[in-house]
Design a protein around this ligand. Structure first.
Ligand code: OXD
Ligand code: MN
Length: 580
């Protein structure tokens, strides 16, 4: 590792090299340095103790998928859904950019661990970066410093992560993954998903590649626990595309009467799940991260009270608005908009400004341990046994509120064909339906068809397999109104899922899968009647035939790598839709 650091220092030519130890003292020193360098702005320390604001470059506010590459020895290995670059070409191109890129800057050496100390699944990475923002965020999002070096002892490998913000030029921005070399090179962006290399790059892209080789799954999933009034705990994971409510669902606050009856929801993770099959043939999930990098807009005491608590101290805000008293604001925060503030770019803003004060993809970074509803097993290297997997997308039309897969294979089909409207988490147009299989389209480090096969095959080792469900909290009526209230009320749907897992409720067979009898969803205390629920659950066959054809077109992109089972699932779906 030392040799590799030296080689890269010779390439990037920093004026200093700082080895991070991850201690609190170092964090304090580096925070002060970040303030002095203008990387962080101190916030009102009475109201928001330990909180800081970072303003990014205006052209560097989201993941840039068009600049993200999987650099495998053949294009075929990366598959049809990834950008590919020949590894030699990528190394050579990026070497020219990294060359002297850190002149007059410090290179920080950031050893980090994804996963739990002592866990065989855990992965050590070392990120070399010239961004203090990255260092401070990595300390929250990963187990950073001594603990990682300790883990490195006795291992013969670590993920080599090289990062420089360069001059933030989007024309020269490259997030390159070399899965066969266990290496990530990221140049030209300081944005979380492009620059905190433990998260999307290691835990998902490199992780999924390794998972396929080593027999486990690296997934874009939340992990949550639900305790029922009898005290029984069920663990669920959930895959939803970026900015579709994983954080809110993972931190769900039960509606008042559920709380009174004894229901409790606790969080293990809100973005990434690593899953493996244990000796008892159960699927287990763990969260390799140690913090949240959550979307801020829309977060308030009603939508996510736990997140409001989490970000109330010792958090880094990115691209929110700054109030005159040193507090922060964003669209969808409790209360009315301020009369005046500075927007996410630091420009004066009033409600008449006709633009957002906070960036739609503004974020908070905070440790898992801030969460008042953190599940007590969050730090258990064995993870938790998963009873159900929930999949979902953001679909204003067509897709009903809840469907249960007929079996694992059908569940893999539901995941493989997941469609969702695009959000601000990635650069590009917002609101277009695109296929985002298992919410992994931007994060799968190898051929998507082989990824589907891996999902199908892994079930051979499981008994029983978790049940798979598909939800859509985002369906709207003809006036554009949401058909389902969402947020805490989603527990009513989760309750049905739990009953299905316990075989405590019947379901009706539909062309799409098993669906609830409307009377089996508890609507008590909601301003919603059965007819409205039926609308949220309705299936329009004509719309669905169109949807199924679009799904088939997407699957066809996998060519010969499309598993025969999924082809068959597709044909069976069309057959069911055409049956009277
Ligand atoms: C994220 C994302 O930041 O998915 O988690 O973009
Ligand atoms: Mn994510």
């Amino acid at each position: 590792m030392r040799r590799w650091v030296e080689e890269n220092a010779a390439l990037c030519q920093p004026q200093a090299v700082h080895w991070c130890d991850g201690t609190e003292a170092e964090f304090q020193t580096l925070t002060q340095r970040a303030i002095a360098e203008g990387v962080l702005i101190g916030l009102n320390q009475k109201e928001l103790p330990g909180c800081f604001l970072h303003r990014s470059q205006a052209n560097d506010t989201a993941r840039t998928e068009h600049c993200t590459y999987i650099c495998t020895s053949t294009q075929e290995m990366a598959g049809p859904t990834n950008n590919w670059m020949d590894p030699e070409k990528a190394y050579s191109l990026l070497r020219t950019h990294f060359s002297a890129s850190m002149r007059q800057r410090t290179m920080y050496v950031v050893p980090f661990l994804m996963g739990h100390p002592g866990s065989p699944l855990a992965k050590v990475g070392v990120e070399l970066t010239d961004s203090l923002y990255v260092v401070l965020n990595m300390r929250i999002m990963t187990r950073m410093g001594h603990v990682a070096l300790q883990e490195l002892r006795g291992r013969n490998t670590f993920t080599r992560c090289l990062h420089s913000v360069g001059n933030y030029d989007p024309q020269h921005r490259y997030i390159c993954h070399f899965p066969q070399d266990n290496t990530i090179w990221s140049y030209g962006s300081g944005y979380g998903g492009n620059a905190l290399l433990g998260k999307k790059c290691l835990a998902l892209r490199i992780g999924s590649f390794l998972g396929q080789q080593e027999g486990w799954l690296a997934e874009h999933m939340l992990i949550m626990a639900i305790t029922d009034p009898k005290g029984a705990i069920t663990y669920l994971t959930g895959a939803f595309p970026s900015a579709c409510g994983k954080t809110n669902l993972a931190m769900l606050e039960p509606p008042a009467q559920f709380k009174k009856a004894g229901w409790k929801v606790t969080t293990l993770g809100d973005d990434i799940a690593w899953m493996y099959v244990d000796k008892e043939r159960r699927l287990r999930a763990l969260n390799p991260e140690s913090g949240y990098f959550g979307v801020v807009p829309g977060t308030n005491r009603k939508t996510n009270p736990n997140a409001m608590e989490i970000l109330s101290h010792d958090s880094i805000f990115t691209n929110v608005a700054l109030l005159p008293d040193g507090q922060v604001w964003w669209e969808g925060k409790d209360g009315i908009p301020p009369a005046a503030c500075l927007d996410w770019m630091g420009k004066p803003w009033t409600p008449q400004s006709n633009r957002k004060a906070a960036h739609p993809n503004s974020r908070f970074t905070a440790p898992l341990t801030h969460n008042p509803a953190l599940n007590e097993r969050w730090n258990d290297p064995a993870g938790v046994a998963v009873s159900a997997i929930i999949l979902g997308g953001r679909r204003s039309q067509t897709v009903p509120l809840i469907v249960e897969a007929f079996d694992w294979r059908h569940g893999v089909y539901l995941g493989a064909t997941l469609g969702s409207e695009t959000t601000a988490a990635a650069a590009g147009q917002v609101g277009l339906v695109r296929r985002d299989p298992m919410a992994m389209l931007p994060f799968c480090g190898y051929h998507m068809g082989r990824y589907f096969a891996h999902w199908l095959n892994i079930s051979d080792r499981m008994h029983p397999e978790p049940r798979i469900f598909f939800v859509n909290w985002f369906r709207r009526d003809e006036n554009g109104k949401f058909l389902w209230p969402g947020f805490g009320e989603n527990l009513r749907i989760l309750e049905w899922i739990l009953k299905r897992c316990k075989k405590a409720v019947q379901a009706r067979r539909t062309p799409l899968g098993w669906m609830p009898y409307p009377e089996d969803i508890d609507l008590q205390g909601l301003e919603m009647n059965r007819a409205e629920l039926e609308k949220a659950l309705s299936i329009n066959k004509e719309e669905w035939i169109e949807e199924a054809l679009a799904q088939g077109e997407f699957l066809n992109q996998m060519g010969n790598e499309l598993p025969a089972e999924l082809k068959q699932q597709h044909e069976e779906l069309l057959h069911r839709l055409h049956s009277p």
